[in-house]
Structure formats: C-alpha cells, structure tokens
Design a binder for this molecule. Structure first.
Ligand SMILES: Nc1ncnc2c1ncn2[C@@H]1O[C@H](COP(=O)(O)OP(=O)(O)O)[C@@H](O)[C@H]1O
Ligand SMILES: [Mg+2]
Length: 246
C-alpha cells in the first residue's frame, strides 16, 4: 500500500493527512461512492455525516486500506488506526494484551499509559468479559492511542453506548484528540455528535459530498446555543430531515 502514503516531506501534500480525488466505489451494479474529492489536514477533526447505508463505512475502509477504490486516488498518512462501533477485543486475552496486540512486548509500558489516559489505570490484567460496554470501548480507544496514529478513523464508535456513556466518551475523545492531535475522521449519523466534536463536517448523501462546513465554535460547545442550533438545522436539512418548528 505504499502508493497510498502521504509523506510529511512531500510539498504536494504539505500539511495534509488525507487526499482523495475522483473516488468511485461500486459493489456489483450499485455505485456507493462517486466523484468524491476530499482533503483533510493534519490535526483536523473531521466528521462525515450521513444516514445509514450511504457508504460511510466503505469510505473509512478505503482509507484504512481494507478496500480498494474502483477509480480515483487515495493518499493518506502512514499510521492509521480504526475504532469501530464494537470494541472488537479478543476475549481470551487480558486488557493490556488487547491494547498492545501485534506490538512488541516493549510496548507494555506505553499500553499501561494509554489505559491510564482513557481512565482505566490498573485494568491491564482484567478480562474483556468483566468490562462494561463503555469500558470495553475505552480499551479500544487505548489500543488505537498506543499506535500513535496520524489518522484516527472512528466508525460510529459511540453508537452502541447508552446516552450518558456516549456523552462521557465523546468528552474523552475530544480531550484525547486535543492532546495528541491526530487527524480524525469520525463517521456518524448523529448530527449533534458531529457539531459537538468536529472542526469541519461534511454530509455524505447519495454517494456524493453534499456540504462542507467549518464549525467555528469554541469548546466545550453548548447544544442550546444559537449557533449550535443553526448548525444542527443546516445539517438536518442537508440530510433531508426538516426539523419541526416549535
Ligand atoms: N462488501 C460489500 N459487498 C456488497 N455490498 C456492500 C459491501 N459493503 C457495503 N455494501 C453496500 O454498500 C452500501 C453502503 O454501505 P456502508 O458503507 O456500510 O454504509 P454506512 O456505513 O453509511 O451505513 C450499502 O448498501 C451496503 O449494503
Ligand atoms: Mg457504517
């Protein structure tokens, strides 16, 4: 996958973590993505918003190098890692072993630090089955963090959590990303989540990118503030949902 790599020294991709141009992807007769052009800067928190079945996961899988496009070019920084909706832990391995899976044993200390960063200090010897859903997802975050990603790919990572845990996890991800500054590609169907977290939101609709909006609000963001409400209305309308007036 060397042809996919963006090098930091390359003047043509200066400051970019992702560059996609003319991307097309079809499964059989069904075109899922077409004519996608997208650049994401290093350190940018980018959200891709779209209803289910629009190709968000397909785009992430292409960025992860797990799927090949039918046309177009996809360049991305070398160190990329994904967090999925499910934590995907190996049940027969303890938490720390899951965090450093595939890394040399020397990564144990970094693994412990990553666990502490996600609020799971001392959980290294626990078994995955003893964790709550939120804790398991924190382990998945630690597993991503320890790889020091240049691009962090998040595929609806909060969707399976209860509402309160989801808010706590969003806060944690915001804090970790502000500290480590990877480029983030957050895929979500949750408008408020995108507006709360992202520097920039793009709507994926019918295979193309429908709107590209910078979210210029300080953190933490108040869902009830007038600009937040305006962004929510903008994205809902692009998603084809007309918010009820009240
Ligand atoms: N490997 C595959 N083979 C055939 N169809 C697929 C495959 N992966 C995804 N699709 C189809 O592509 C469309 C987009 O899927 P996906 O990227 O998972 O959407 P999203 O993540 O936005 O819900 C769906 O219609 C899905 O059924
Ligand atoms: Mg998906």
């Amino acid at each position: 996958m060397t042809e996919m790599t963006i090098d930091k020294e390359d003047a043509a991709t200066d400051g970019l973590a992702v560059r996609i141009s003319g991307l097309r992807k079809a499964f059989g007769a069904k075109t899922v993505l077409s004519g996608i052009d997208l650049e994401i800067r290093r350190g940018e928190f980018f959200a891709l918003l779209g209803p289910s079945g629009t190709g968000k996961t397909t785009l992430l899988r292409i960025l992860a190098g797990l799927e090949l496009p039918d046309a177009g070019t996809v360049l991305a920084a070398r160190r990329r890692t994904t967090v999925y909706q499910e934590p995907r832990l190996i049940p027969a391995r303890r938490v720390l072993a899951n965090v450093i899976l595939g890394l040399p044993a020397a990564a144990r200390e970094a693994g412990r630090r990553a666990l502490a960063e996600v609020g799971l200090e001392g959980y290294g010897r626990a078994w995955p089955a003893t964790l709550s859903g939120g804790e398991a997802q924190r382990v998945a975050l630690a597993r991503a963090l320890v790889r020091d990603p240049e691009v962090l790919l998040l595929d609806e990572p909060f969707a399976a959590l209860d509402a309160l845990t989801r808010l706590q996890m969003q806060e944690l991800v915001a804090e970790l990303c502000a500290r480590h500054r990877p480029a983030v590609v957050l895929v979500t169907h949750d408008v408020d989540e995108a507006v709360r977290l992202a520097d920039r939101v793009v709507v994926l609709r019918e295979g193309t990118l429908a709107v590209d909006q910078t979210i210029d609000l300080p953190h933490p963001r108040d869902r009830n503030s007038a600009p937040f409400v305006d962004y929510r209305r903008l994205f809902l309308s692009h998603l084809g949902v007309v918010p009820a007036s009240h």
